[in-house]
Design a protein around this ligand. Structure first.
Ligand code: SF4
Length: 696
């Protein structure tokens, strides 16, 4: 077991890894001077990181030492949400929480307690371990953690058993790369150099995205799709392959089930019909299909943009079926990449000590309703950690209404004063990944690494493991208070020995079972019951109210005709590091939509629908599909004029599969706010000037 590195007053370098919610899981080299972080760089320990990292984490020291860092436990001293707190000891804070939880459990029932967490740290040790055991022992409500990757995960699991995907490094072998619903320039940047190298070697690039992202600008073909119509576009490609004799029937007969049903569902989707719903010219769809048919190796990078709508699960099913129908597996640089988190075959349930109880499940995408409508029992205690739901979860106004409830006891365990932390009754300071141990697993790059503390803990911050173990002891769940090292060992002991030794040692990088660069259908196979691809999974059909490969119409109305998307930006990782974003938000809008409304760049606009409204400036351009507008994902309330962000306009309806979030089903209207209506507010400071608004 590793021990904490010795502290010196000189300069030292610590090899560690990034466990934040990003596909790449970089290897890091952290320079420490006089006990403080002096620089954070990428290291070359993992080939995908190759010595560079994103600008976001290079600045992570600004979070560690920033004015908004939480350093001490505190309890609310003002009104709910006004952000005024009084410092208390850890003993008082934990005792207050323990007594309140026990009282709620005894008087209302365990289900009145709702733990709420997501990927603020995506490490294997800081979530799903002592925290999950603690809430399971309390008999709390269970949380469906479906904010992201639920529909794509459901599709990939049912079709392929989450078979490992094409490695970033193998993109250089592709002759055609399709980037579908992903923007690696903002999230997962280490794929970009491989795409560039493939292009330099002669590969063609196709990008399917409503926005003209920086990769779309480079692309041989940019398919500017209307949000929510990916399933129609993918089915039109299937139809072309099936109906023109281009489907690889030999491969399908040998390795797949459900091809006939898929063909049947694709039959009505001519390029003309798909073009009508997607807004893409039928000739362009034909060109994409023909390029895909004719080029091998061809790889599809399937992102998470295509799942964030009512058709998201079916879109993932249709896109992931393309390599099977077109016969693109079996060669290096051919196939698909989705999430690779399952490639290591780690059973996270293996390191739990307390099994989940059979209590009710609350979908995290409906937090607002859970806090304002759920009954029998109502939520009386909300415990938020690794998450900032005010900024990240749909239906922001309903969430704010719920958090303002005087009878709700809210604990927020956080690194900095987030929009959600403002509503805490008890605030607990959390360590960052530079101050504690963890294990980081990439879900794009094949990296599994030890996260080591590089510096001493700031203030009185504590790790998740420490806090939940201490609470468990105070509530009499356990006699022993499990320390960080014991929790690490518990997780590590469930990892195969050769992989564990490599992770915990400082030597060679561990390899997943299929190797670092697996070729699909050569080195790795579908992990379904019979080893075949299931193109029409019955289990999902039962789950999908309208059946598989169905298309649900656009929810736009005359009143709210514009589709609002909220893609990842270069400023934040989901909402993490939002406190460091100084530039205000700007809505990106197509020139024709702006002209129709008398709107120009730098005007202040009201973006609204029945759920809420956002006031911000606007940037007008042609880098987005007409009829679609864009606000960055992960904004904090301070980034707009009226303190509302894109999630205030996002409905809490669930995706067709997996119970995912339908952010991109937000339909809005945009009007200009005349200067007189802004009163004394300083409009000039709201003129956006950062790169993330130049790329919508
Ligand atoms: S956020 Fe992603 S790109 Fe940035 S350091 Fe972490 S893993 Fe690497």
């Amino acid at each position: 077991m590793p021990t904490k590195p010795p502290r010196t007053w000189g300069r030292s370098t610590v090899d560690t890894a990034c466990p934040l919610d990003c596909p790449d899981s970089c290897s890091l080299s952290v320079s420490v001077e006089r006990g403080r972080v002096a620089a954070i760089d990428g290291s070359k320990r993992t080939p995908t990181t190759n010595g560079f990292i994103c600008a976001k984490v290079r600045r992570f020291g600004d979070r560690v030492y920033g004015l908004e860092r939480l350093l001490y436990p505190a309890v609310r001293s003002g009104r709910k949400g006004d952000g005024t707190f009084r410092r208390v000891s850890w003993d008082e804070a934990l005792q207050t929480i323990a007594e309140r939880l026990e009282e709620v459990r005894r008087t209302v029932g365990g289900e009145a307690i709702l733990p709420f967490c997501y990927g603020g740290s995506n490490g294997l040790v800081t979530q799903g371990t002592t925290d999950a055991d603690f809430f399971a022992a309390l008999g709390s409500s269970r949380l469906a953690r479906t904010l992201c990757a639920a529909p794509t995960g459901a599709a990939a699991q049912a079709m392929y058993g989450k078979m490992a995907g094409v490695a970033y490094e193998d993109y250089v072998h592709a002759r055609l790369i399709i980037v579908w619903g992903a923007n690696p320039s903002a999230s997962g940047i280490h794929l970009v150099p491989f795409i560039r190298e493939a292009r330099a070697r002669g590969a063609a690039l196709v990008v399917v995205d409503p926005r003209q992202t920086s990769l779309a600008k480079l692309a041989d073909l940019h398919v500017p799709i209307r949000p929510g119509t990916d399933v129609a576009v993918a089915l039109s490609v299937h139809r072309y392959l099936f109906e023109h004799g281009h489907a690889d029937s030999e491969f399908l007969d040998a390795h797949a089930r459900g091809a006939a049903e898929l063909r049947e569902r694709a039959r009505p989707w001519t390029f003309e019909r798909a073009g009508e719903v997607s807004g893409v010219a039928p000739a362009m769809l034909h060109e994409m299909a023909e390029r895909y048919r004719a080029t091998t190796p061809a790889v599809i990078r399937c992102g998470w943009g295509l799942e964030r709508n009512r058709n998201g699960g079916n879109a993932a099913l249709a896109v992931l079926a393309l390599p099977a129908v077109a016969g693109k597996f079996g060669v290096r640089g051919g196939g698909y990449t989705m999430s690779n988190s399952a490639a290591w075959g780690l059973a996270t349930s293996a390191w739990r000590r307390v099994p989940d109880p059979d209590t009710r499940v609350v979908n995290m995408n409906r937090l607002g309703r859970a806090l304002t409508e759920l009954d029998n029992p109502p939520v009386k205690c909300l415990f938020v950690y690794n998450c900032n739901p005010v900024a990240t979860v749909p239906d922001q106004n309903r969430i704010l209404e719920g958090l303002a409830r005087e009878d709700l006891f809210t604990v927020v365990f956080e690194q900095v004063m987030t929009d959600t932390a403002q509503f805490a009754d008890v605030l607990l300071p959390a360590t960052t990944f530079l101050e504690t141990y963890d294990i980081a697993r990439g879900y794009g790059a094949y990296n599994l690494q030890l996260v080591k503390p590089a510096i001493d803990v700031a203030g009185e911050a504590r790790s998740n493991m420490e806090v939940f173990a201490e609470l468990a002891a105070r509530l009499g769940q356990r006699d022993d208070v499990e320390g960080e090292a014991e929790t690490m060992l518990r997780v590590a002991s469930a990892i195969p020995a050769d992989v564990r030794d490599a992770v915990l040692g400082d030597g060679a990088q561990p390899l997943p079972p299929g190797g670092r660069t697996p070729v699909q259908f050569v080195d790795v196979q579908p992990r379904t019951a019979d080893g075949k691809i299931d193109l029409f999974p019955e289990a999902l059909e039962r789950e999908a109210p309208d059946g598989l490969y169905r298309f649900q119409a656009d929810p736009a109305t005359e009143q709210f005709p514009l589709a609002l998307i909220s893609p990842a930006s270069e400023k934040t990782i989901s909402s993490t590091l939002g406190e460091l974003r100084t530039a205000p938000a700007s809505l990106y809008m197509h020139g024709a939509d702006a002209a129709e409304r008398g709107i120009n760049t730098a005007d202040v606009v009201r973006v609204f629908n029945a759920l809420g409204e956002v006031h911000c400036t606007v940037t007008v351009g042609d880098a987005i599909t007409q009829g679609t507008v864009s606000l960055p994902k992960g904004l904090w309330r301070r980034h707009t004029i009226n303190g509302a962000t894109a999630t205030a306009l996002a409905p809490d309806g669930l995706t067709d599969l997996g119970g995912g979030a339908s952010f991109n089903d937000a339909r809005v209207q945009v009007t200009r706010i005349l200067p007189a209506a802004l009163g004394e507010r300083p409009v000039s400071v709201w003129v956006a000037d950062d790169a993330s608004v130049r790329e919508p």
